[in-house]
Ligand binder design. Structure first.
Ligand SMILES: Nc1ncnc2c1ncn2[C@@H]1O[C@H](COP(=O)(O)OP(=O)(O)OP(=O)(O)O)[C@@H](O)[C@H]1O
Length: 261
């Protein structure tokens, strides 16, 4: 079966300087790919390239990124806008910051969905209720009528995941979705994202510094260092039996941190 997403030998530059170099990976339907590596190794840049949102100065200079057989790299921005949301969803580190502070959560979710489909507010609220209840958010009406500042950081994050899932994307891009949360809420969000994958069969690219999160969620892992691919393979092989020197060092530093914690 053809992968859902296929990055083939991509090199990404900012202002002519390569920050991701000759990286290749696949994401199969329903698969979770974890992307790890030290700060500045190019993890977020890869996510941005998949969204076609590298911004001024950023460019995929070599290679292709195929999504369902279409090349995202040279896709016109209008086409891209059509698939971002319904096909490729996004969750970021701080969902609250991504929301407008002076409009209710429901109004903003309605607006983002109505950009892609003809829906009524009632339909959006019903759909939100369905998804929220799946992950145990018991009072969807109250949440939808709230302003972002009225919800906790953890709740905003859970709402952000629900909002992305309401369009039932085939692929969810998650950039540090749990790193701003305390550990108990982190565990809850991890459970909920896994539940979303089980319920809707959503594939995910999960960028994180947290090796524990990758172990808990990812089927495969891509390890980056200075924009170069150091390791790529099934989570257990890469993280529990690392052969690459950099991955070994990364895992040793995690163990060291745990011992000294
Ligand atoms: N808009 C930009 N313009 C110029 N350089 C950039 C831009 N965005 C990122 N970079 C550079 O690209 C490299 C990769 O950055 P990126 O944010 O992808 O790393 P990362 O692995 O996600 O880091 P972190 O874990 O700290 O978020 C870094 O050297 C960064 O300084």
């Amino acid at each position: 079966m053809e992968p859902l997403l296929q990055a083939e030998h991509i090199t990404i530059c900012y202002n002519g300087k390569p920050v991701v170099k000759d990286v290749s990976f696949n994401v199969d339907a329903g698969e979770i790919l974890g992307v790890v590596g030290e700060s500045g190794s190019g993890k977020s840049t890869i996510i941005k390239a998949v969204m076609g949102l590298l911004g001024g100065g950023g460019m995929v200079t070599e290679g292709d990124i195929w999504y369902k057989g279409r090349n995202v790299v040279d896709m016109p921005s209008e086409e891209l806008r059509k698939i971002l949301g319904p096909e490729i969803g996004m969750v970021f580190q701080d969902c609250k910051a991504a929301l407008c502070p002076i409009r209710t959560v429901g109004a903003q979710i309605y607006e983002s969905i109505s950009e892609h489909e003809r829906v009524t507010k009632k339909q959006v609220y019903e759909r939100a209720g369905e998804v929220m209840q799946k992950i145990g958010l018991t009072d969807p009406q109250r949440i939808m009528d709230s302003y972002p500042f009225e919800l906790s950081g953890g709740m905003n994050q859970r709402v952000g995941i629900c909002a992305a899932m309401m369009m039932k994307p085939a692929l969810l891009l998650a950039d540090e979705p749990t790193s701003a949360l305390d550990v108990t809420v982190q565990a809850q969000v991890i459970r909920e994202m896994k539940l979303m994958r089980e319920t809707y069969g959503t594939a995910m690219i999960l960028v994180t510094h947290n090796i524990g999160v990758v172990k808990a969620m990812a089927d495969r892992v891509l390890v980056l260092q200075n924009g170069e691919m150091r390791d790529y393979g099934p989570t257990d092989c890469v993280l529990n039996h690392p052969e690459n020197a950099y991955t070994k060092k990364l895992m040793d530093s995690v163990l060291h941190l745990r011992r000294n914690a």
